[in-house]
Design a protein around this ligand. Sequence first.
Ligand SMILES: Nc1ncnc2c1ncn2[C@@H]1O[C@H](COP(=O)(O)OP(=O)(O)OP(=O)(O)O)[C@@H](O)[C@H]1O
Ligand SMILES: [Mg+2]
Length: 285
Amino acid sequence: MAGDWAVELHGVRKRYGRGRTAVHALRGIDLTLHHGSYTAVMGPSGSGKSTFLQCAAGLDRPTAGAVRLGGTEITGMKENKLTALRRTRVGFVFQAFNLLPSLTVEQNVVLPMRLAGHRPDRRRAAEVLAQVGLADKARRRPGQLSGGQQQRVAIARALVTRPDVVFADEPTGALDTTTATEILTLLRQAVDTQGATVVMVTHDPAAAAWADRVLFLTDGEIIDHLDRDAIDGPRLAPGHPDHLRPDRLAAGRERGAPPYRAHADRIAARMTSLAGPRARTEAAA
Ligand SMILES: Nc1ncnc2c1ncn2[C@@H]1O[C@H](COP(=O)(O)OP(=O)(O)OP(=O)(O)O)[C@@H](O)[C@H]1O
Ligand SMILES: [Mg+2]
């Protein structure tokens, strides 16, 4: 059933411009994402990651194909209806935080509710601010917070309406490693404990390693993927003898110690192999 999926893309294409100068940013994306899944999107610069995110989130319209969010077809939806859907059923986190500096932290968090014409739910705001560890910062302004704290406000704002899906474009791109880890932990927790669905673009294998699945995008096509389960193995019932297999014990230690270093190494290796031919061509040019 359509409603079982948080995100569906069918034959999505995006072309910028026309004729000889046209750029084919997406060349036919087919993708279905479960509710409660965490997906990372990686690929070389210009491969179409941001375009993919914008089309999937209803911020931009594909040239061809169909997009559904939480079972609702958004292709061809009138702009005002699409805007309303975005405000209630989609959350966004950007590299540059995108908070309004003149509003307090709490006012920033309830902004999606206000924009959707709903009464700001201050209890819900307090709840999500507590989730991101900023319960005591509600009355501050973004300028009085560190970068990592500002990004946590952005995550609280993205989660406040309990959206079908949270889209994040390089959410850790402007942060140091320690702060990035805090943000990735929060996104992971949102998936694991709140049942949120997250789609995150990143160029950092260590960040991508937090996701359940990594999609590799090259020249507007998804050409490969890597699952975290492929390393950890499927979840076993408690007491199953396979729990004691050495590889599973190692995987268990790995799982208990984010950022999943062995998995990040695999992702990095896959990225290098994808970038290889292109990098060689460029070197030869
Ligand atoms: N508004 C636009 N008009 C014309 N071309 C565009 C536009 N936006 C993106 N493109 C082109 O589409 C392709 C994909 O761009 P996109 O921004 O999706 O890449 P990306 O994978 O997010 O790259 P990066 O890692 O550098 O952010 C690129 O060739 C880009 O130049
Ligand atoms: Mg981009």
